[in-house]
Design a protein around this ligand. Sequence first.
Ligand SMILES: Cc1ncc(COP(=O)(O)O)c(C=O)c1O
Length: 375
Amino acid sequence: MEFIDLKAQYAALKEEINANVLAVMESARFIGGPEVKELEEKLAAFVGRKHCVTCANGTDALQIAYMLYGIGEGDAVFCPDITFISSTEPSKMLGATSVFCDIQPDTYCICPESLERQIKAVLDEGKLTPKAVVAVDILGNPCDYDAINAICEKYDLILIEDAAQSFGASYKGKKCCSFGQIATTSFFPAKPLGCYGDGGAIFMDDDELAAVCRSICVHGKGPRGKYDNIRVGVNSRLDTMQAAILLPKLKAMIDHEIDDRQKVADAYNAAFEKDFTTPYVIPGCQSIYAQYAILAKDTATRDKVIAHLTEKKIPNMIYYPTPQHALPVFVDEPAYGEKFTNADDYCARTLSLPMHPYMSAEDQKTVIDAVLEAL
Ligand SMILES: Cc1ncc(COP(=O)(O)O)c(C=O)c1O
């Protein structure tokens, strides 16, 4: 059994993917081919944004978002304590300071109360300028955007939605990647919409911001092209081949994969809700279950389940073992006395199980039986 079965997805979409890849090879338009534009238009339409700019990976997408707003020295960027380092890495790279916030005990996304406490602490101390919030739709589950938007408006902060894990999910009728002034996603192979290598995208509605974004992605190019450099940029683009692979995968996601993921989650929820904390999704929202995580009653129980699954050769993972505030790279970031109780508790009890839209009922049963047996 695979944790995320990319081979099963390829088998289902093989004809279209192969034809698209061959067409790119025959056209020899490996960079900036028409498939890139077609994909950007389809991605923007799907999430309900005016612009989509594809780039080399989800980490670049975040760094470019930070660069677009000139985030740097003296700025505080508020991030959830549970995320992958890419959400917060650009702060360090660009000289800004990451200020971590605790997570919600139910959605595991950034806690609005903790966010407001940290903003007030930064303002009270008076050393840093509160600049941006990076809201991460963790495990594919959307954040509480009503509350986060209100806080960003109140304190005049830029909202960056890190939707690396949540492409395909939605919050109260709006798709993930449509929140904040700017949103980013990742097409890393194991992501809900993954390519066959690295890829990413940046979404926004503002025309001028989109134009500057395209410039930053190509070495800060100016109106006369890439040898007319008018700002500091990067070299970050999605290859034509990856766009050609993503086109049929996007269609499959829209046609059935979102529903198929939900069906696996429903089966898991029904089986586990008595003995574990199962994923909570805000009413009216949909998670894409980039990961399906359960929380055991304590670490010992979680580790017992891991040992049993591993013995039975059932893949399992911990996303994430360490909260951001405890990572060696961030030990010097100011915490302002915040306790991160929910994040610590989450790391101590979480366990992710095999989850993908092509998972057979038999494999689901094998996982369910093994988890329950372990108890
Ligand atoms: C929350 C989050 N943000 C950003 C990224 C970065 O994406 P990439 O691996 O494409 O650079 C990831 C990737 O795992 C992620 O999980």
